[in-house]
Design a protein around this ligand. Structure first.
Ligand SMILES: NC(=O)c1ccc[n+]([C@@H]2O[C@H](COP(=O)([O-])OP(=O)(O)OC[C@H]3O[C@@H](n4cnc5c(N)ncnc54)[C@H](OP(=O)(O)O)[C@@H]3O)[C@@H](O)[C@H]2O)c1
Length: 246
């Protein structure tokens, strides 16, 4: 087991699969106590984490439910008297070309990717302020920086993640709370599986390193941002895309 996050109490949203699952595993491997969120009861199999399983505590709630979200922060406070790290990872995507976008598509994307993230940041800040330290990591996307055809809604939500990150970073820095964003490129998860092969080949040809990313590629950056090695870093957006934008 590593020691980069030894004794740190962390909360990771959307942790039953994809990038979130990998963040939980890498955090636990580095000695963190990880509250792993998922919305469907029983969808986190702690036994699959073998020797790190004792470090992982599943917490089932839909991040759009403000009341349940608040109860989980109260539980963490009661059990540990602190929260060191929050990773806002849970997210959804809805793709449609300009002219085909319906308000019914926009609302759930913003509710999940933006409104809930703002709620979680507020709850985390309240707890972290008491101990005058903390690291908040928001998962954005390269499309939140550069945009993408067919993704006006999703990219707008991920752009909002970046601007929220910068504003929260400015406001929370006096309390020694750091807020940074990670902007993944194309990562091999269920989200990528939804894209057809022809499009995938097109995207792959734009990636300088010639491969899609893995969830661990993103999780390792989150370990770094959660650790004390980045204590002087806040309000930043780290693109992790294998050189997609080069
Ligand atoms: N994969 C990529 O290429 C890529 C690129 C850039 C950015 N990202 C971002 O990275 C993050 C993780 O993506 P991923 O690829 O790992 O996605 P994924 O495989 O689709 O997983 C998304 C996770 O979010 C959870 N979630 C969604 N809505 C939720 C809610 N209301 N409450 C609690 N959990 C909820 C899902 O839970 P359920 O199982 O219940 O649905 C799932 O665990 C997202 O924010 C995504 O936008 C991904």
């Amino acid at each position: 087991m590593g020691i980069l996050l030894e004794g740190k109490v962390c909360l990771v949203t959307g942790a039953n699969r994809g990038i979130g699952k990998s963040i939980v595993e890498q955090f636990a491997k580095e000695g963190a106590i990880v509250y792993a969120n998922a919305r469907s009861e029983g969808s986190i199999d702690v036994s699959a984490y073998s020797e790190y399983k004792d470090n992982i505590i599943p917490v089932y709630f839909d991040i759009r439910d403000n009341k349940l979200t608040g109860e989980v922060f109260a539980k963490i406070w009661k059990e540990h008297g602190k929260l060191d790290v929050l990773v806002n990872n849970a997210g959804i995507v809805q793709d449609a070309f300009v002219g085909m976008i319906k308000r019914e598509m926009v609302i759930p994307v913003f509710e999940t990717n933006v409104f809930s993230m703002i709620d979680l940041i507020q709850y985390a800040a309240k707890v972290m302020k008491r101990n005058k330290r903390g690291s908040i990591i928001n998962i954005s996307s390269v499309v939140g920086i550069y945009g993408n055809e067919g993704q006006m809604v999703y990219s707008a939500s991920k752009g909002a993640v970046i601007s929220s990150t910068r504003s929260a970073a400015k406001e929370l820095a006096p309390y020694n709370i750091r807020v940074n964003a990670v902007a993944p490129g194309m990562i091999e998860t269920d989200m990528l599986k939804a894209i057809d092969n022809e499009k995938k080949e097109k995207y792959l040809s734009r990636i300088a390193t010639g491969r899609f990313g893995t969830p661990v590629d993103i999780a390792n950056i989150c370990v770094m941002l959660a650790s004390n090695y980045t204590e002087y870093m806040t309000g930043q957006v780290l693109e992790v895309s294998g050189g997609l934008s080069l």
